[in-house]
Ligand binder design. Structure first.
Ligand SMILES: Cc1cc2nc3c(=O)[nH]c(=O)nc-3n(C[C@H](O)[C@H](O)[C@H](O)COP(=O)(O)OP(=O)(O)OC[C@H]3O[C@@H](n4cnc5c(N)ncnc54)[C@H](O)[C@@H]3O)c2cc1C
Ligand code: FES
Length: 273
């Protein structure tokens, strides 16, 4: 059993929980995820490790209540137990000193980019954070991102906070400045995580500049151990499994259209739950 030690509603859609899971906390690395089974009848729910505390033996999960299982998880309170947690799973993000790294995220993806930005910062990189949400109230982890980014840009779709627009608009502006400048350089890496449409747009844009871009994918997962094939995606023309080969992939090689189609596979059944 895995006990919930803390719970915080970050906004009306997104909840943070800290759970007692000392063995997972001990081996967690940026970019990895866990599979949660809320109760004995529950389905397997992949969630990114947003943070971990080895000393207290806690892991932090931040999730958006989008459907059956995330709503069920959101109804649990401090002191309640989760039936099972499997992890850490997936390859950690490849962290090394590269120079300047842009860390981009939208929505609940900010929770997923935060440990990656922190790890790149700890490795000695300069971090430019570009995060966005639909409106001011849905923005999460601004303080935490400010703590690990050398510069942080924030966008809201409706302009209710900071810049009105999309994270891609900021990226385009930054690249335009670099293009005109004689002394600034394109980043060594752009790392992005969020809705497929956002990651695809970022990948399409950076491809023109040949700037290395990594996207963290979130295909439908069932076993998350490479056995069932539910999470298969096409990258560079080859079939890969998001759970064991990813979740990070070269964004310029990902077949985002196929991924979008596959994410819709169980939409009708999910609606009936
Ligand atoms: C490796 C990985 C890490 C993830 N990390 C997080 C995280 O840290 N926080 C978080 O909030 N979510 C994360 N997700 C997405 C999360 O797993 C889904 O939102 C969840 O499975 C939906 O389950 P549900 O039963 O609540 O909703 P469902 O009723 O199953 O679905 C509700 C809606 O969510 C969509 N959906 C279903 N599965 C996924 C999926 N895998 N990715 C995106 N959308 C999906 C459905 O198409 C539907 O529109 C992650 C997914 C993966 C694969
Ligand atoms: S979820 Fe089954 S192979 Fe990846």
């Amino acid at each position: 059993m895995f006990k919930i030690i803390e719970k915080e509603e970050l906004n009306k859609d997104i909840t943070l929980i800290k759970i007692e899971a000392p063995l997972i906390a001990k081996s967690a690395k940026a970019g990895q995820f866990v599979v949660v089974i809320v109760d004995e009848n529950g389905e397997r729910l992949p969630l990114t490790l947003a943070d971990w505390d080895i000393n207290r033996g806690l892991i932090t999960l931040i999730f958006q209540k989008t459907g059956f299982s995330t709503n069920k998880l959101g109804r649990l309170n401090t002191g309640d137990n989760l039936a099972h947690i499997l992890g850490p799973l997936g390859h950690p993000t490849e962290i090394k000193k590269m120079g300047e790294v842009y860390c981009m995220a939208g929505g609940v993806g900010i929770a997923e980019v935060y440990p990656v930005a922190r790890a790149f910062k700890e490795a000695g990189n300069r971090i430019i954070g570009i995060i966005g949400s639909r409106n001011k109230h849905l923005l999460i982890l601004e303080k935490e991102m400010r703590g690990v980014c050398d510069e942080l840009f924030i966008t809201t779709d409706d302009g209710s906070y900071e810049r009105k627009g999309l994270v891609l608009d900021v990226l385009k502006d930054l690249f335009e400045v670099i293009e005109k400048s004689t002394h600034t350089q394109y980043p060594a890496l752009v790392y992005c995580i969020g809705p497929i449409v956002m990651m695809k747009a970022v990948a399409d844009f950076t491809k023109g500049y040949q700037v290395k871009t990594i996207a963290s994918l979130n295909p439908i997962m069932v076993d998350a151990t490479g056995m069932c094939g539910a999470c298969r995606c096409k990258v560079g023309g080859k079939t890969v499994f998001g759970c064991v080969d990813g979740p990070d992939f070269d964004a310029h090689e990902i077949d985002f259209d196929e991924l979008t189609q596959r994410l819709k596979t169980f939409k009708e059944q999910e609606g009936k739950l």
